[in-house]
Design a protein around this ligand. Structure first.
Ligand code: PSU
Ligand code: MN
Length: 311
């Protein structure tokens, strides 16, 4: 049996990359598992539009009929949004390809594909990380360490242990940078209590961090933490999450089904408020990513590699 191409890059994205024009990768687990229908398809189209308005080419990544596609056709988006697609992370990607399946790509697999294609900037909602149940850690952390791409996010997913996630990112050597903020973003909540080691205040400064990482030859990506513009009060969200956890435990939900279940439950408990904030932060991250991709494309790589002696 022969496999299809490992990475199928759309003509538009390939042309932009060849011209070193700004390109922004977008993930698709948000379409297949993160948002309910019909919001998922509307949002997927809207994010591509936002990236274009920002002067960059959108490259939504997904597994379609056993191929990792970078840059989707409208028909692909509709197919993924209509239900039945799997969720592809690094540990099940090969099997999904071999079986010819459709799947949304998580941050981990989107980073893998973006890096392979030569894309420098990626926008998502929240990253996977360390769960508060023992021994459940997202492969997103490993991918952030292995693929040198700048990821714009609103912090770790709301259901994670943000402190433990930050510690793991530190161990893995992933620079976490606050965008106009000194504290880690808290997804639905604007900021967590966690102080970040560095911040930037404009897209050019964010692009410069990626340039520096490349210049040093360090392999890890850069995680840009972009707080949502008007989030939910921390204690209200905590109440909904507490109730959602109780119902997940009662229903015996675990592993990779946990996130979609909890997000769905808090959306219902909040009467749609979490959904509104989720859509807003996704759009804001795509908008910022486009500006960073443009700044990166317009910047030059830094000075010589190693200098011996006095200046
Ligand atoms: N944040 C959300 N909803 C999601 C995700 C993040 O609010 O659906 C997705 C992202 O694609 C992320 C993935 O990469 O969940 C992580 O899943 P896991 O913890 O199973 O690795
Ligand atoms: Mn997991």
């Amino acid at each position: 049996m022969s496999l299809p191409a490992s990475l199928r890059i759309s003509t538009e994205v390939a042309a932009a990359l060849a011209a070193r024009a700004p390109v922004v990768a977008l993930e698709s687990t948000v379409i297949t598992h993160g948002l309910p229908r019909p919001h998922n398809l509307k949002l997927a189209k809207r994010l591509e539009e936002v990236v274009r308005e920002g002067g960059a080419v959108p490259a939504t990544v997904a597994v379609v009929a056993g191929e990792v596609k970078v840059g989707l056709e409208p028909a692909d988006l509709e197919r993924l949004a209509s239900g039945g697609a799997d969720k592809a992370s690094l540990w099940n990607l090969a099997a999904l390809l071999a079986a010819g399946r459709d799947a949304g790509t998580t941050v981990a697999t989107t980073l893998f594909a973006a890096f392979g294609a030569g894309i420098k900037v990626f926008a998502t909602g929240g990253i996977g990380g360390v769960h508060d149940t023992p021994f459940d850690e997202s492969a997103d952390l490993v991918a952030l360490a292995n693929y040198r791409v700048l990821t714009v996010c609103a912090g770790p997913k709301s259901i994670l242990d943000a402190e433990a996630t930050t510690e793991r990112l530190e161990t893995l050597g992933v620079p976490v940078v606050g965008y106009r903020s000194d504290r880690l973003a808290g997804f639905f909540v604007e900021e967590t209590a966690i102080r970040l080691p560095s911040r930037v205040d404009d897209p050019a400064a964010a692009a410069a961090v990626l340039r520096a990482q490349e210049h040093l030859g360090l392999g890890a990506g850069v995680l840009l933490s972009n707080p949502v513009s008007s989030g939910l009060p921390r204690d209200r969200f905590a109440t909904w999450l507490h109730a959602a956890r109780a119902s997940a435990a009662a229903a015996g939900v675990h592993g990779r089904d946990t996130t979609p279940y909890l997000l769905d439950a808090v959306a219902k408990l909040s009467d749609g408020e979490t959904l509104t904030v989720n859509l807003r932060l996704l759009e804001e991250n795509a908008r910022l990513a486009a500006r960073i991709a443009a700044a990166y494309a317009g910047s030059r790589s830094a000075a010589p590699d190693v200098v011996v002696g006095a200046a």
